[in-house]
Each structure stands twice: as structure tokens, then as C-alpha cells.
Design a protein. Structure first.
Length: 260
């Protein structure tokens, strides 16, 4: 019997994504229509996910159901593959770094989710209150709780000097915004019953980052280049026990927590 994929569009809190599921409801993956980021839950169906996204956008419908071959190997033609990679990018190039195989150009979302095997949990697109603000990634794990914001600055000159972050010589407010985001996240988690917690913020830079001096690893806000994720979190000292991480993540995944 032919399997089916369902494509649905989700637009809320400033996000615009396509979510693809199997007919059983099992997730296949998603496509961020703003950044082109592709996240795959079932690698066997990656090519089909990419094609499904393209067919959905061509169809201009609210929901699209597509057949899938019962066996893998549904490769795209060379012309279609080139067109999709031009739109969505190609994250398959692999390099060897720190004796671990790391996807070159891998999106931040995928990098954070690699930490799951080591006791970390990540919640994406967290709405802060009812004003439309969104925390792109909330990471909870042995090293603590972090709000994470990414800035794509490839081709720009980015320099961190103490508490001042500059892009092409101009000061930007990324650090201030990140601190406020962490403070608001902390307040809402406390209001939901999470006592004795600390929420820190991480600014991830996609591009070359020059750091003058040395950052305090315990500072409320850290700035790191994307290529050190997830290694930077693995190196953090243990601050939360596994049971505590699980309990906090349960609260963080409840919609009511963020609707105050």
C-alpha cells in the first residue's frame, strides 16, 4: 500500500514553516520558509521532504497530501535536485573536527538537537507573553538553562570587546536584547513554579567572530561562533541533575507557561 506524506504550513509568532508528517502522524521534518533551514526527523525521507516542500508551494493550498514510494530511493532528478539545493541549501558536506563527524554548514537547530543523547533538551520557538516576541531556542541541560539567538553575519566583520558587540565597526544591541530575553524567560519560568533557577543567554554568530580578551564562561551572556556549537555546551560544568532537567523541560513545553 502506498504511504502518504502530509504537508502543513505553520505561521505564527513571526515564524513561517512547513511541517511534513507521515500518515501515522510520525514527523518527517520541517522547512523554515524564511531561512531555508531543513530539519529532518527521518533521514530516509529527506529528498522526499524537500520535493514535498516544493510541490506544496507550487500548489498554493492549505494542506497537501503526497504519495511516497514504499521503498527508499526516491531520488530527485539532477535538475530538480540542483534547483532545490539552490533554494534550501545543501548541508550534506561532512568534515572531521575534534575527532567527531560534524555536518558542515549544519543549521543551529540541528546542532542543538545533537545534545539530546547527552541529557540536553531543546524547545524551539518559545513565545514570550502575548506581544509576539519569540525565543528561537531554549536549551536546558546539565550545563544550565539558556536562551539562544542566532545572527547570520557571514561576510561581515564581527568583533566582541568586553560588553560591546560591533558589526562592521557599528555597535549593535544583540547582547542587550539577549539579556532581556533571558530575564523575561526566567521570570515566566519562576511564575510557573520553577524555583532556584538561572537563565543565561547565548548569542550565536554565523560568520567570523573576533573576540578581544577573554569571555567569562559564567557571564550572563556569551557570544560564540556557530561552529563551536554543540561543543561549547558539552564543555560546561554540571549545574543541573537529569531529573531536574526533565522537570524543567516539562514546564518549558507547556503553552500556559509562556501565556502569562
Amino acid at each position: 500500500m502506498e504511504q502518504l506524506l502530509t504537508v502543513r504550513r505553520w505561521r505564527r509568532y513571526g515564524a513561517d514553516r512547513l511541517f511534513v508528517t507521515q500518515e501515522t502522524g510520525a514527523p518527517v521534518g520541517s522547512v523554515d520558509l524564511q531561512s531555508g533551514e531543513v530539519v529532518v526527523d527521518d533521514p530516509i525521507l529527506e529528498d522526499r521532504l524537500r520535493r514535498a516542500a516544493q510541490e506544496y508551494l507550487r500548489a498554493d493550498v492549505a494542506e497537501l497530501v503526497l504519495p511516497v514510494p514504499a521503498t527508499p530511493g526516491d531520488d530527485l532528478g539532477s535538475a530538480d535536485q540542483a534547483a532545490l539545493e539552490a533554494w534550501l541549501g545543501n548541508d550534506r558536506d561532512v568534515v572531521d573536527a575534534d575527532q567527531a563527524r560534524v555536518e558542515r554548514g549544519s543549521p543551529l537547530r540541528a546542532r542543538l538537537e545533537r545534545l539530546a543523547a547527552e541529557g540536553w533538551q531543546v524547545v524551539h520557538d518559545v513565545p514570550l507573553g502575548r506581544q509576539g516576541s519569540l525565543v528561537a531556542h531554549l536549551l536546558l541541560g546539565p550545563g544550565g538553562i539558556f536562551t539562544i539567538a542566532e545572527h547570520r553575519l557571514t561576510g561581515h566583520r564581527v568583533r566582541l570587546d568586553g560588553r560591546v558587540l560591533e558589526v562592521d565597526g557599528q555597535s549593535v544591541r544583540y547582547l542587550r536584547d539577549a539579556r532581556l530575553e533571558a530575564q523575561r524567560t526566567h521570570a515566566l519560568l519562576v511564575a510557573a513554579g520553577c524555583a532556584s533557577i538561572t537563565v543565561r543567554s547565548i548569542v550565536v554568530v554565523q560568520g567570523e567572530l573576533e573576540v578581544l580578551g577573554r569571555q567569562d564562561p559564567l557571564a550572563p551572556t556569551l557570544v560564540v561562533p556557530r561552529h563551536v556549537v554543540p561543543a561549547v555546551f558539552r564543555a560546561m560544568p554540571v549545574a543541573l541533575e537529569p531529573d531536574r532537567v526533565a522537570a524543567l523541560a516539562t514546564v518549558a513545553r507547556q503553552r500556559l507557561t509562556w501565556a502569562r
